[in-house]
Design a protein around this ligand. Structure first.
Ligand SMILES: CSCCC(=O)C(=O)COP(=O)(O)O
Ligand SMILES: [Mg+2]
Length: 240
């Protein structure tokens, strides 16, 4: 079934929408896992790292004196549970940034993704990303892809730091303000997670679910949200 959307802004989730979930849970998580401890030890003077480590201790109920091994054990447990905690995402993003810069990581998208994004952009749509992955990690992931450097496609990036949790409508209101868009119906959000679509719809956005075969949410109940299995089935009418 094809879906028709008239919008000015296209806001995109990453995992399960642009990339297979395995790209994040296997490739990226496996890359970050053994590097978290060394990164914390080697960059302890970096205020971003120090703040993230302090947040881990607080969120996990560790003492302020808890050592790196204890912190890393918490981070590994969060990765095992796919808990998208902000300090974990901050640390992962720094590690992935280096991995992409070194050429050790390359992002691979579903085959329909890059042609659709390029076409929408060429026709004047403005593209943005809202992911649990940190903005630093997002930008790095778009810089080295099997289709080249895609960073110029995106006007804005949002994460749980500069927008908020993905299942809360206030985050989508913050993003609309960040985009400078006073009419929320001019924004469409694409995601594989129904709860994220619910939050976006509560903020007045249009929504489209991605039910991609073989993905965790392939058989999810998308309720009143229109859903497609590929961007090939989206007919985007761009509002100037
Ligand atoms: C380099 S971006 C990594 C994305 C990520 O860490 C993640 O957890 C994806 O979550 P999403 O909100 O895009 O489903
Ligand atoms: Mg997702």
């Amino acid at each position: 079934m094809s879906v028709h959307v008239a919008a000015r802004w296209v806001v995109l989730d990453i995992e399960g929408t642009l990339t297979p979930t395995s790209q994040v849970h296997v490739v990226l998580y496996d890359y970050a896992r053994p590097r978290l401890g060394p990164w914390i030890r080697d960059h302890g003077d970096d205020p971003v790292v120090a703040e993230a480590v302090a947040q881990v201790r607080t969120e996990a109920g560790l003492s302020a004196q808890a050592g790196t091994d204890e912190v890393v054990a918490v981070l590994h447990a969060w990765m095992d549970a796919d808990r998208k905690a902000t300090p974990l995402k901050t640390l992962q993003g720094l590690i992935w940034q280096q991995g992409y810069a070194r050429g050790e990581l390359t992002t691979d998208y579903f085959p329909d993704v890059v042609p659709a994004l390029r076409s929408w952009r060429q026709r004047g749509a403005r593209l943005a990303v809202f992911s649990s992955g940190s903005v630093a990690g997002q930008k790095a992931s778009f810089s080295h892809t099997t289709a080249g450097d895609l960073r110029e496609l995106f006007a804005h990036h949002f994460d749980t730091v500069n927008a908020g949790p993905k299942r809360e409508h206030r985050s989508y209101e913050a993003i609309a303000a960040g985009l400078g868009e006073g009419e929320p119906r001019r924004i469409v959000f694409f995601s594989d997670v129904p709860a994220e679509l619910d939050a976006a719809a509560a903020a007045g956005w249009q929504t489209v679910g991605l039910a991609r075969p073989g993905e965790p949410y392939a058989d999810a109940d998308f309720g009143t949200h229109p859903a497609v299995s590929t961007f090939d089935d989206v007919r985007l009418e761009v509002i100037a």
